[in-house]
Unconditional design. Structure first.
Length: 252
């Protein structure tokens, strides 16, 4: 094979080397696909070295110069990839992972490095009523609408609310828009009245007018043969009463 033929045999690799160099540099600068950058850099390095070896003992020309450039670029790509692989990312070393503007730090228990296992949370069971108390409205006030009555002994969520009817004996307390009526009678009392206070209170059949005002408190005899203490938490005259109730268990 003549020298010209030999040169032509190697020269076709020159553009391949240049393309590999450019690809390696672009891949490295983009910060992605480190494995691809390493492979491309190695290919560029080998092709450049082969071209230089083929020109040993011959005059230096543009092929040699470009081959040297290819060697330098390939070496640089391989060096950058290798350096990245050996560099410890500060966030990984400290157990902190940063994503965008949010930083999450892995928790550790004691002196170990293992992240703490989250403690499962459970919803506590509903608290029991105090001894001697059957039921309270707690933070869910009884809504007594005009023309309705409620059963203070009921365990229903709506306290057994029904439309008032003279022949219906299921409800203890009703509201007609002006009068608050108790079948078993009611008695105005102080806000902290006890069961004994309710037992000995002076009862009447209804309250009306100015007696129906916020924070007014009264005892009610229920159809379950017990007593309830009721406070008017809110009054929308002629429309709705919000009741805060406590019902004692029947005495044995």
């Amino acid at each position: 094979m003549t020298e010209n033929e030999n040169n032509r045999g190697w020269q076709w690799l020159l553009p391949v080397s240049l393309v590999a160099d450019v690809s390696a540099i672009v891949t490295v600068l983009s910060g992605s696909a480190s494995t691809a950058a390493l492979v491309i850099g190695v290919v560029a390095l080998l092709i450049g070295a082969g071209l230089v070896a083929a020109k040993i003992g011959k005059p230096v020309d543009k092929v040699v110069l470009l081959a040297v450039v290819g060697i330098i670029a390939g070496t640089a790509a391989v060096t950058v990839v290798a350096t990245r692989a050996l560099t410890v990312v500060p966030g990984q070393a400290s157990g902190t992972t940063t994503s965008g503007s949010t930083t999450t730090t892995a928790s550790s228990t004691g002196t170990g490095s293992s992240p703490a296992v989250p403690t499962p949370t459970t919803t506590p069971p509903p608290s029991q009523e105090a001894p001697g108390v059957k039921r309270t409205s707690k933070d869910r006030l009884i809504q007594l609408t005009r023309g309705y009555g409620v059963d203070l002994d009921s365990g229903a969520l709506d306290w057994g609310a029904v439309r008032t009817n003279a022949s219906d004996e299921r409800y203890d307390l009703s509201y007609d828009g002006y009068n608050l009526i108790a079948r078993g009678h009611l008695a105005p009392v102080k806000a902290d009245a006890t069961l004994d206070d309710c037992v000995s209170a002076g009862y009447k059949s209804s309250m009306s007018g100015k007696e129906i005002a916020p924070d007014a408190t009264f005892c009610v005899k229920t159809n379950g043969k017990t007593f309830a203490r009721v406070r008017l938490a809110d009054v929308k005259s002629g429309e709705l009463l919000a009741l805060d109730a406590l019902v004692w268990s029947p005495k044995t």
